[in-house]
Write a protein that binds this ligand. Structure first.
Ligand code: HEM
Length: 392
């Protein structure tokens, strides 16, 4: 028996490959932002906690670094959300029969993401305020991290449950309320932990980029970010490689065979490994530096993170397609009636949209350049400076 619900009778309005490319690109961007958020929060927790243990030049530097990261996290969150919506739509178009079913089966948790996300977002603002005033914020940041990690666990549960139609009927028979999160899939936790540890790696590389590009920071702070970012990334990338092997090892044999025999997936896999090795090299170089990162290293780290993420997402797509194919679902087997005028308009708007996002990021980066040392000020000094400015 075909275990999936019947497909929507309306044909797809564009080729499958186009939806796949768009899905991979937008999900890659979602993952970059997501890992900056997860890793950035860990950085804030560690730096703010350590800064409060002593009172010396090093703890002052840690306060400044925590404040600088925390200030950026609410902005990062907007990208997590906005780059999450497009892949959700594309995934639903391509795999709706599987994803809608699994989403309904964990419906309570799936809907809870909205509330969790709202609380997490609110906490990010609180953490940014408190770190700017060099106050204790690590407990709030820890709660925010816990909530973000829980959201990630819900996503991993859904993205793996959608691959297991053999479990659906029994799950629904056990409870139709959607309150149970399945725990019997050996692939879920390795996938989730891989995402969490990747966040730590990306946060280190993000610090190197901040060191190279944020000219409003003092030389000392930039050097601090460079060295710390390199050290964090070296450790986290090594752990990430171990977790990647674990993710592969727990896949069913049919998936492992598919991944190792298909040329395209081999290319994605080796590309990921080569790019990760390159990022490890950048991180190791930065870990021993006493000065700020140069622009080549900073932008090399940024480009490397983006490309590595795209390779990983393409490989992950293979895990899904091979698993579903082994259970009778062929994502390529769809009725397609392409509406090229709509597709053309969509692609034009998509490119314009990405351009606007790039422009917004560049405005944000330049705005920081024009506000020298604001990072170092407490809330009161900022207000005082503003009042003095108005009085002049
Ligand atoms: C703090 C917020 C969030 C966290 C921590 C998070 C975490 C994750 C994680 C860990 C995965 C990978 C799951 C796996 O494959 O094992 C994932 C995938 C995904 N996330 Fe997010 N996410 C967040 C917010 C969002 C939001 C707000 C959206 C959309 C509105 C979204 C859309 C997606 C989609 C569509 C996928 C997978 C798509 C696919 O497989 O094709 N995420 N997320």
């Amino acid at each position: 028996m075909f275990p999936f619900p019947v497909a929507d009778p309306i044909p797809l309005p564009a080729p499958v490959w186009l939806f796949k490319v768009l899905n991979i690109v937008t999900l890659g961007l979602h993952f970059v932002a997501l890992q900056m958020l997860l890793g950035g929060l860990l950085g804030v927790i560690g730096l703010n906690f350590l800064a409060r243990l002593q009172s010396n030049t090093l703890s002052d530097m840690r306060h400044q670094a925590a404040a600088a990261l925390a200030k950026r996290l609410p902005i990062v969150m907007t990208y997590v959300i906005n780059f999450g919506v497009p892949p959700l739509l594309f995934t639903q178009v391509l795999y709706g029969q599987a994803l809608y079913t699994s989403s309904v089966l964990i419906g309570f948790w799936w809907m809870a993401v909205i509330a969790l996300l709202t609380v997490c977002y609110w906490l990010l603002y609180k953490v940014a305020d408190r770190t700017a005033a060099h106050q204790s914020a690590w407990t709030l940041a820890l709660v925010a991290y816990g909530i973000a990690a829980l959201i990630g666990r819900i996503y991993s549960a859904n993205m793996t449950l959608m691959l297991r139609p053999e479990d659906w009927t029994q799950m629904y028979a056990n409870s139709a309320l959607g309150v149970y999160i399945p725990t019997n899939d050996p692939t879920t936790n390795p996938r989730w932990l891989f995402m969490l540890i990747s966040g730590f790696a990306v946060s280190g590389l993000w610090m190197i980029w901040i060191s190279a590009t944020t000219s409003s920071f003092s030389q000392d702070l930039r050097a601090f970010f460079n060295r710390l970012g390199g050290q964090i990334a070296v450790v986290a990338i090594a752990a990430q490689l171990g977790l990647a092997m674990w993710v592969f090892a727990v896949q069913p044999d049919v998936v492992k065979t598919g991944l190792t025999t298909d040329t395209l997936y081999q290319i994605y896999g080796y590309a990921w490994l080569a790019l990760t090795a390159g990022l490890l090299g950048i991180a190791a170089y930065s870990a021993f530096q006493k000065a700020q990162a140069n622009l080549v290293v900073g932008w090399g780290a940024a480009a490397g993170v983006l490309l590595t993420m795209l390779a990983m997402v393409a490989y992950r797509d293979g895990i899904r397609d091979i698993t579903l194919f082994s259970k009778g679902f062929d994502v390529w087997n769809r009725q397609i009636v392409t509406n090229w005028s709509v597709v053309g308009l969509f692609l034009a708007l998509f490119v314009v949209g990405l351009g606007v996002v790039g422009w917004l990021i560049s405005v944000a980066v330049r705005a920081k350049d024009n506000a020298p040392q604001v990072e170092d000020m407490t809330r009161e000094t900022v207000s005082k400076t503003a009042i003095e400015g108005v009085n002049q």
